[in-house]
Design a binder for this molecule. Structure first.
Ligand code: AMP
Length: 283
């Protein structure tokens, strides 16, 4: 049975008596099967004596001025249903004051990689993500925290930050859960019109095509061009970026697995996706 709690002391009370192996699954709510996959992975990891806490907090600080903070989908009853059927112990929906008490400042070390990919159009986004995750870690004090590969750039920064600042917390990464046609599940998919939804599969299709070409020995430019060609089958999708980097988000060397990452817009809806990719070594 999943307990819905709000304040930090209510959370502590609910955690008392539950397992000592604590797993945190940070989310912004609007839970779907992708989030459920994170909960399942966390549950399996902590075992019978575990306690899985799903945080449900739309963090105002990580949204830019022209982003969708106000209209971001919120439905706590529906979230409770998803958390419950996935077997979470606690769904914790804190207020802004719970997460940011007073003017308590927090220093987040910046990094030039905060400005690439997602960071290019979302200034300050990653510093805000790392801050809120650190705050959630401080409140819940988990043994492990689960994140999705869907937000690959975020996963890289959180893993590095945890290793450096919170080495007692293990980071568990879960592969991207996809819809029937390959589209990565996302809380923002509900914004798509039916016409947009019908062509959105071109995003994963394009990544798959890039991965295939890489395996045949194509170079970076050829791979990027092929991604653009697949996306151009619909004039409803506009690519914001497509990039191929290693797993630390630096230059990818052939023979080592890296990532192909994309952001694309369908109308006002911005979607991201990524897949592992291996550039063939020259023979
Ligand atoms: P969000 O609520 O969108 O901030 O996502 C919360 C967590 O769920 C993040 O770690 C995401 O990477 C992860 N997540 C979101 N969508 C998916 C998906 N389709 N598959 C796996 N993980 C996901």
């Amino acid at each position: 049975m999943t307990q819905l709690v709000h304040g930090n002391s209510e959370l502590r009370l609910a955690m008392n008596g539950l397992g000592s192996n604590i797993c945190l699954v940070p989310t912004m709510g609007a839970l779907h099967d992708g989030h459920a996959a994170l909960i399942h992975a966390g549950k399996e990891f902590v075992g019978k004596d575990g306690c899985v806490v799903v945080s449900d907090f739309v963090n105002p600080k990580q949204f830019g001025q022209n982003e969708d903070f106000e209209k971001y989908p919120r439905n706590i009853e529906q979230d409770l249903k998803v958390a419950r059927s996935a077997g979470a112990h606690i769904l914790w929906a804190p207020s802004v004051e719970d997460v940011y008490p007073g003017q308590w400042p927090m220093d987040i070390e910046t990094d030039p990689r905060f400005e690439i990919l997602e960071g290019k159009s979302r200034s300050g986004h990653f510093a805000a993500v790392l801050e809120v995750v650190t705050r959630l870690f401080n409140i819940v004090q988990p043994n492990i925290a689960v994140f999705g590969e869907k937000d690959f750039q975020q996963l890289v920064f959180i893993s590095e930050m945890a290793k450096k600042r919170e080495p007692q917390i293990g980071i568990l990464a879960v592969p991207t859960k996809r819809d029937f046609d390959g589209l990565a599940l996302s809380s923002r998919n509900v914004y798509l019109s039916s016409d947009q939804r019908n062509v959105a599969h071109l995003i994963p299709d394009a990544l798959k095509q890039g991965v295939l070409l890489a395996s045949k020995g194509a170079n970076l430019q050829e791979i990027k061009d092929s991604v653009k060609e697949v996306i151009s089958k619909s004039n409803l999708i506009e690519i914001e970026y497509v990039d191929i980097l290693n797993n630390e988000l630096n230059e990818l060397i052939p023979g080592i697995v890296g990532r192909i990452l994309i952001a694309a817009k369908l109308g006002n809806t911005r979607l991201i996706d990524n897949m592992p990719i291996l550039l063939k070594e020259e023979s």
